[in-house]
Design a protein around this ligand. Structure first.
Ligand SMILES: Nc1ncnc2c1ncn2[C@@H]1O[C@H](COP(=O)(O)OP(=O)(O)O)[C@@H](O)[C@H]1O
Ligand SMILES: [Mg+2]
Length: 257
């Protein structure tokens, strides 16, 4: 009962999310496999963010089930889901603008919430926490701005800080909601390298993105969504070779080059 399908860290079955009369996610089944970067693409309003919101407990599923490492998490509140090891970034950057870059990472580490009293009496915990947060900033290329206010960061750096914050609790699964939105070409290229670094730190990444070059570079598998449903699914190569996908998302005929 509690066993996960082999290779799947998440199994979603017949998931539906309604907002009044609007069906944002429509009877969607999918799995997220251990070790993969799963790309999710689709036009505005397709239900991509709603899917992240339901899988991370920000919204409650209307019907359907979500299993994480075999465990049913469909009805768990989001702080419990977060503690199990599911983290996300937001389509609209959410940082504490007046706090330092370092503090932003430290307050995001949900491990403090598990045993706050124990943590209080543990000697030297603060130093270990600082070191861990600094290591994440280093990974994201932000260590030199650790004591700057987060509100002063350039756009690409703010997005990178979002990712560092999401990694702070040591998650097993990471959702990135349009990490390249608003980035220029150079920032997007750096983002590709950053997401590859994240890959080594988590068991799977789900990447929601419009930038098709980024999706193609990073994703092992792809799911194309529209109207809350799955329109195409397969390896990235397969989906990019799919004529329906090419017309809908790239406006191209499949053999246009
Ligand atoms: N909190 C909400 N309340 C009402 N409708 C919502 C809410 N969140 C999303 N929706 C609707 O659900 C559909 C899917 O939205 P969303 O998941 O944000 O799309 P995407 O991220 O693919 O652009 C849209 O029609 C949107 O208006
Ligand atoms: Mg969205």
């Amino acid at each position: 009962m509690n066993a996960a399908a082999p290779g799947a860290i998440v199994e979603v079955k017949a998931l539906t999310k309604r907002f009044g009369g609007l069906v944002a996610i429509d009877n969607l089944s999918l799995e997220i496999r251990t070790g993969e970067i799963l790309g999710i693409v689709g036009p505005n309003g397709a239900g991509k963010t709603a899917l992240i919101n339901v899988l991370t407990g920000f919204y409650r599923a209307t019907t359907g089930t979500i299993r994480f490492t075999g465990r049913d998490i469909t009805r768990l509140p989001r702080h419990r889901i977060s503690r199990l090891g599911i983290a996300r970034t937001f389509q609209n950057i959410r940082l504490f603008r007046r706090m330092s870059v370092l503090e932003n990472v430290m307050v995001a580490d949900k491990r403090h919430a598990i045993a706050p009293i124990k943590a209080l009496f543990r000697r030297g915990h603060a130093q270990a926490d600082v070191a861990r947060a600094m290591a994440l900033l280093d990974l994201m290329g932000l260590a030199d701005r650790a004591d700057h206010p987060a509100g002063g960061l350039a756009y690409g750096d703010a997005r990178r800080l979002e990712i560092a914050r999401a990694l702070a609790g040591g998650p097993r699964l990471l959702f990135l909601d349009e990490p390249a939105a608003g980035m220029n070409e150079e920032e997007t290229e750096e983002l590709v390298a950053d997401v590859r670094k994240c890959r080594a730190m988590v068991e799977a990444i789900v990447l929601v993105e419009y930038d098709m070059a980024l999706i193609r570079d990073l994703s092992d598998r792809l799911i194309a969504m529209d109207f809350g449903r799955k329109m195409a699914e397969g390896t990235t190569e397969q989906v990019f070779a799919d004529p329906i996908f090419m017309r809908a998302y790239l406006g191209l005929e499949p053999d246009d080059g």
